[in-house]
Design a protein around this ligand. Structure first.
Ligand code: AMP
Length: 420
């Protein structure tokens, strides 16, 4: 038997899928309320797209992509994140010719060759939004408010918003020199990763998880922003205060690539340490241009669904109750199968979830199966009942049994289970 999963992948099983659907639905509802529309892009794209957008110097492109050559000789890559595909689609379908901004959201599997650990997988799922065509800090505030709204819907509390500005290519260039000057003499003391990143992208040294102390005392980009970038950050701060969204300025929050501009943010569960980042987001005003389009501002965030579910599962109260069967038909003999099938059809038409035995089990076996599937009611159908046009209806929750006419079975069940 071939029974082992590829490393870093998961089966999402019945019992879990209901939770996934619930979380996904909360995200869809939040997005709909904020005027965002779903986009579904392919799970693979041309490799070059990610090299360009995620960036050659990043860990993702350097060592985490699932890249393969297809039978036509093209290099393709399983998407490691969702922004690249959304930006490509924005250009591909001339969304720029429509009224701006274009507000999109997505949900779906992403792929990164990482060392698997709790909450970190090789196929994982992200939810995210992208807004193209609006540079105003009010959009930054809206995107953060949407994330907060989503987490509120899930009943999550105590989350923190961390905010920073990484300026624009102009003010960042000056700051980069300043930072390189700060780190240069420290190089021998830095971790291997940092020494490697120093030449590739000195900004990344700020979010090193090892050399935290050096990052803490490094010059802050927010002290060196140009007037426009400074104003953007201040205005955003004002909007967030207006919305009652508390935030913390965190100068260590960075994005490595040049097309990222100004706002970067994370929403964090402070009780979870390094696993606590629920979403990461930011502005990427240079991204569409990088792909060959006209300069187009953009901002978005993405979060991992697995990580979110791990947090939600710590308090099962927050999760929706498991789905259950409204009624199970217990047949007292195989000759009742035709009647059973007919009745199941009627119940399902009426919007009741209904099932019956397909294995010719004893009554005891059928009742066991019904309770395993958490049936709310069991309807017993046998010779004697059928001749009188009734079923014996057993209440599996409150106990007791009553006779109900087959004609009125749907109505009775709908009334008794307070069906929506
Ligand atoms: P990133 O796209 O790296 O900024 O990640 C955004 C979010 O996606 C993170 O906060 C995680 O929740 C999630 N994430 C990233 N990589 C993985 C992974 N390998 N496995 C599970 N979740 C991930």
């Amino acid at each position: 038997m071939l029974t082992n999963l590829p490393r870093g992948t998961n089966d999402i099983l019945p019992g879990e899928t209901e939770r996934w659907q619930w979380v996904e639905e909360q995200f869809r509802v939040a997005c709909r309320l904020y005027g965002y529309r779903e986009i579904r892009t392919p799970v693979f794209e041309h490799t070059e797209l990610f090299q360009r957008t995620v960036g050659e110097s990043t860990d993702i492109v350097q060592k985490e992509m699932y890249t393969f050559t297809d039978r036509g000789g093209k290099s393709l890559t399983l998407r490691p994140e969702g922004t690249a595909g959304a930006a490509r689609a924005y250009l591909e379908h001339s969304f720029y010719a429509e009224p701006q901004p274009v507000k999109l959201f997505y949900l779906g599997p992403m792929f990164r060759f990482e060392r698997p650990q709790s909450g970190r997988y090789r196929q994982f799922h992200q939810y995210g939004v992208e807004v193209f065509g609006a540079a105003d800090p009010a959009v930054d505030a809206e995107v953060i408010a949407l994330a907060r709204h989503f987490f509120q819907r899930l009943g999550l509390q105590g989350l923190q918003v961390h905010l920073n500005s990484i300026g624009c290519p102009t003010c960042r260039a000056e700051y980069r020199q300043l930072l390189a000057g700060y780190y240069q003499p420290l190089l021998p003391q830095l971790c291997e990763d940092c020494r490697g990143r120093f030449d590739r992208n000195v900004l990344r040294l700020l979010d090193c998880k090892v050399d935290v102390e050096y990052a803490r005392t490094a010059p802050k980009l927010t002290d060196h922003l140009c007037a426009d970038c400074q104003k953007h950050l201040e205005t955003l701060g004002g909007y967030l205060r207006e919305l009652g969204i508390a935030y913390e300025l965190n100068p260590q929050l960075v994005r490595g690539l040049d097309y990222y501009t100004r706002t970067v943010f994370e929403i964090i569960d402070p009780t979870l340490g390094t696993q606590g980042t629920l979403i990461g987001g930011g502005r990427y005003d240079g991204l569409v241009e990088e792909l060959g389009g006209k300069p187009t501002p953009g901002i978005g965030f993405a979060g991992g669904l697995e990580r979110l579910l791990l947090i939600l599962e710590k308090d099962p109260q927050r999760l929706p109750p498991a789905t259950r069967l409204d009624v199970f038909l217990a047949l007292l003999g195989s000759k009742f199968v035709p009647e059973g099938l007919r009745l199941l059809g009627r119940l399902r038409q009426a919007g009741l979830s209904a099932d019956m035995d397909f294995l010719g089990r004893s009554l005891k076996g059928q009742l066991r199966y019904a309770s395993k599937n958490q049936a709310r009611f069991v309807a017993l159908l046998g010779e004697e009942e059928l001749s009188r046009g009734v079923v014996a209806l057993k209440d599996m929750e409150q106990g007791g049994q009553v006779e109900v006419s087959i004609e009125r079975l749907e109505k009775t069940l709908l009334e008794r289970s307070n069906h929506r």
